[in-house]
Design a protein around this ligand. Structure first.
Ligand code: PGA
Length: 264
């Protein structure tokens, strides 16, 4: 059975003391579960202090980004080599990296390779924009982002892959969830099927069966159950709601409940 995974992406929020307080509250509130991984992706600046504070039986850490080279003259960048002792996961190709900072699929492929080379697991984010959705191009976009993004990954490494489907149009600005469209579970289900089909085509059935697929985009406690019921989906990548300990803890509880239901 694939382990469920819920990732909190804190984006560019919370300084060291705020992050420490949030972890403190989450640790009080959340119990560990052997079939679920809970991963937190704070800013790079607070990874070090949080790595000392977290209860490793409950939480793992992720970086939100990395450079593709191990070291060099790249002002302002952080390499996967530097993150190696601090995190288990690195998020690669988040839509904000793609659309605000101009990351291309080729850059993302190099980052994916560097994460794997340095012994961590990449969480590859993919998803179509509103315009691409309107033009009926979702399938093509997912196919292209996967084919190029994964081109330097071996089928063996693909078995530990995590792919997060995050349609750009559904991602919140972290403030007002009710102002824009949220993805319907049915649409997410079609995308998950498509992603699994692509992984199968690229790496074969074994890798497809082992890889985990997440959904992200304005997820909230009340929508979590609907997404978790989707066949082939293994968890969530949560942005805004992960900054609120009560909401995130509720979502973790829903993940636990979904396992009980699967087993029932
Ligand atoms: P959101 O962010 O849950 O605030 O929409 C998700 C993400 O960008 O990973």
């Amino acid at each position: 059975m694939r382990k469920k995974l819920i990732v909190g992406n804190w984006k560019m929020h919370l300084n060291t003391s705020q992050a420490s307080l949030l972890i403190h509250r989450l640790q009080e509130r959340i119990e560990s579960h052997r079939d679920v991984e809970i991963v937190l992706a704070p800013s790079a600046l607070v990874l070090q202090p949080l790595s000392l504070q977290i209860d490793r039986k409950k939480f793992k850490l992720a970086a939100q980004n990395c450079h593709w080279q191990d070291e060099g003259a790249f002002t302002g960048e952080i390499s996967a080599t530097m993150l190696h002792d601090l995190v288990h996961y690195i998020i690669v190709g988040h839509s904000e990296r793609r659309h605000i900072f101009g990351e291309r699929d080729e850059d993302i492929a190099k980052k994916m390779a560097s994460v794997v080379r340095n012994g961590m697991t990449p969480i590859l984010c993919i998803g179509e924009t509103a315009g691409e959705k309107k033009e009926g191009e979702t399938k093509r976009v997912l196919h292209d982002q996967l084919t190029v993004g994964l081109k330097d990954i071996t089928s063996e490494d693909a078995k530990s892959l995590v792919i997060a489907y995050e349609p750009v149009w559904a991602i919140s600005n972290g403030q007002d969830y009710h102002k824009h469209e949220v993805a319907k579970p049915h649409d997410v289900e079609l995308a998950v099927k498509n992603i699994r089909h692509n992984i199968d085509q690229i790496f074969g059935r074994q890798a497809e069966q082992a890889a985990r697929v997440l959904y992200g985009g304005s997820t909230q406690p009340d929508t979590t159950g609907g997404y978790l019921a989707i066949d082939g989906l293994d968890g969530l990548l949560v942005g805004g709601a992960s900054l609120n300990y009560d909401q995130f803890a509720q979502m973790v509880t829903k993940v636990y409940e979904s396992i009980r239901q699967d087993g029932a």
